[in-house]
Ligand binder design. Structure first.
Ligand code: SF4
Length: 338
């Protein structure tokens, strides 16, 4: 892959959280919410990141932005520069280039500031504009996200959920970022509002050349906005592929089960639903071997002993799967634990 094409590269990312010792004399432990994840995000694309709640996708996004509480290890490169070893003060200027949009826009907006004050604060902190220039920029941002200019004098509680999400987007855009992590940006919104926000994000991507990591659990939304999609399960990426390829030819049994649950819009259309056994195990109880084996409908005896790795499957290598069904003996030498 041409390194010029990559905006962000994450290699072998782990995010650990300490866990208190159970009872007197118990030893403190730690759990891994993200377990050795590697991926790239290409300039100008949207990489969708999907999986059930608790699979580690939000933790991964927060680890990239350094706003989580976990201990992060691994290497992250952004725009041709290694950033994972930077101290906090060296990392601070990068916050202008990397922004995040949150699921709960209300929780991420200061209730005591008007929209104008909130956006003005962002412009001042990042030394982008002040005074009349800041006022102009604030009005321009409101236009860009489709909000009335008069809303600059209103407080967050005066807006609907969709309008608040537009404010969250305006705040992210205020610093002219290159890369935005969208963390479940439409999950809390009504379906009709969801499509407006998704279309706004697509328009902004086209107009400003933005690159997105789009985190969501709704596979239909992810299909609509993403160029490529990565599927996470128990802190690992189990499949990654161009969106069209993944949705038409899912290879991992977990991806197949997720896609089988998407409702078919045609009245006579039907799809055989693959029902998974049990719930997603917690990060304290990761099964040995393939983490998916207790729920996998096609598990084999070796699946509980051997951990599969993410390997390219045919073609030009852009469809990668982590499943023993697809592994050949020579692949095992490269990276698998037996
Ligand atoms: Fe299922 Fe085995 Fe593949 Fe895991 S490695 S997804 S258990 S077939």
């Amino acid at each position: 892959m041409d390194p010029q094409r990559q905006l962000l590269s994450a290699k072998d990312i782990f995010v650990h959280f300490p866990v208190k010792a159970a009872g007197l004399g118990g030893r403190p432990r730690r759990v891994s919410a993200v377990n050795g994840v590697s991926f790239e995000v290409y300039r100008g694309e949207t990489l969708g990141l999907v999986g059930e709640s608790g699979c580690g996708k939000t933790t991964l996004g927060r680890a990239i932005m350094r706003i989580g509480h976990g201990m992060v290890s691994g290497r992250i490169d952004f725009d041709g520069r290694e950033i994972s070893s930077l101290g906090n003060s060296a990392f601070r200027p990068l916050r202008k280039e990397m922004q995040m949009i949150f699921q709960d826009p209300f929780g991420s907006l200061n209730p005591r500031l008007t929209v104008g004050q909130m956006l003005g604060e962002v412009l001042a902190v990042h030394r982008i504009a002040k005074g009349e220039a800041a006022r102009k920029r604030i009005l321009e941002l409101l236009d860009t996200v489709g909000l009335n200019r008069e809303y600059a004098n209103r407080y967050p509680h005066e807006f609907s959920g969709g309008q608040r999400q537009r404010l969250g987007i305006a705040r992210a855009l205020a610093v002219n970022p290159k890369f935005i992590i969208c963390d479940e940006p439409v999950s809390a919104l009504d379906v009709s509002i969801q499509s407006q926000i998704i279309n706004l994000l697509k328009d902004l991507q086209r107009d400003f050349g933005l690159t997105y990591l789009f985190i969501a659990h709704d596979l239909s939304v992810v299909e609509y906005i993403s160029d490529r999609v990565a599927v996470m399960y128990l802190g690992k990426i189990v499949e990654i592929a161009p969106a069209e390829d993944l949705y038409s030819n899912p290879k991992h049994p977990y991806t197949q089960a997720l896609l089988s649950a998407i409702p078919v819009p045609e009245p006579d259309g039907s799809r055989e639903r693959i029902l998974l056994k049990g719930d997603l195990p917690g990060p304290m109880n990761v099964p040995p071997g393939c983490g998916f084996h207790p729920r996998c409908p096609v598990a084999m005896p070796e699946c509980s002993r051997k951990e599969p790795c993410l390997l390219p499957q045919g073609g030009n290598g852009d469809h990668q799967v982590s499943c023993l069904l697809y592994e050949r003996c020579e692949d095992a030498v490269a990276c698998c634990s037996v």
